[in-house]
Design a binder for this molecule. Sequence first.
Ligand SMILES: [Zn+2]
Ligand SMILES: [Zn+2]
Length: 395
Amino acid sequence: MSNEIWIKANELKDYVTALRRQIHQHPELGGQEVRTAELICRELQSYGVEIVPVNVPTGVVGLLHGKKPGRGQVTALRADIDALPILEKTGLPYASEHEGKMHACGHDGHTAMLLGAAKLLSTMTEQFSGIVKFIFQPAEETLSGAKDMVKAGVLENPQVDSIVGLHSWPYLPVGVLGTWKGPYYASGDSFQVKIIGGSGHGAYPHKSKDCLLAAAQIVTALQSIVSRQLNAIDNTVLSVCTFHGGTAFNIIPEQVEFSGTVRCHNSEIRNSMPQKMEKIIGGMAEAFGCRYEFNYNFAVPVVANDPETVDRLAAAAEQTAGTGFAVELPGPVMGSEDFGMYSEKIPASAILRLGIADEKNSEIPLHNERFNFNDDAIPYGVSILSQYVLDKNSQ
Ligand SMILES: [Zn+2]
Ligand SMILES: [Zn+2]
């Protein structure tokens, strides 16, 4: 006999697909998800989910109370709801109506699947105890939404025991859950550097303090932190991604600015990076007779998936979709997810990949102008989230 959740999730597929396409048609950038948040509230209310006020303008939090007597755990399910500044080129009938904005990371699918899980679970409240907390979070792409939501107290009142999420993944067959235990997404931080010298004529460098030469050397030397100061086993990336200075071919500029990003899987290394960088920047700036300004911004921590939570989600996938629908991913990535703001606070947490690849859309990357979430993944995502809640809270 087929699993009850799986049957119900498939019955909801058309409904959730319609929601997903509506959201796709009206993408909103991080912090501007007004229409999307309204749609979410309207839907949740129609399922009897209680909306809790949260002091983040476009964030939505809903509570669903289980009726089964039991331990009363609070299980949070999280979806990100924001779109990207991309001009859509899918040619779909429900393509973005807002030029230059697009759901190209599958957040339309994440939002719709979480609404689907809310609707499904709202029909099964007799079968679980405790509370399900639905967290619809804005501004994931700018890595600021989760931080705002945590600051606004979404993990408290009631205190969350476990939090999980799914992210669509074009490199796995549709419906397959991609799992990883331990550090998966890297921390994602940014830095800005200003090297200040003394401007002068390009023909008489000895009369100036050449900050451009100093900055160029510093960019090169910063690369030696990862290659010479860290153990090669500890995945770390330091990338300088902007470099600006100068106004004319014969003027040595007054100052040069550059910026970049640091990604780590190890929190100790992450915390040591600003000091390591400043030592090089300061020492070299001084050697070239220049001054410097250095700003390091800790944005999102590493996402380390709790092994037990990963096992539970994998079990939920296999229980609903069937054996073979949970596979281990090839390894962690250097990309970042602001889900780390939740996992830092809630040990029983995991964010896993949900495959969306089929013959039509195979391997169109996330953030590509032709990317489209695959609606065939919907019953799988809805099932995994719902079954996870039920398994955890039905004894
Ligand atoms: Zn993205
Ligand atoms: Zn994303």
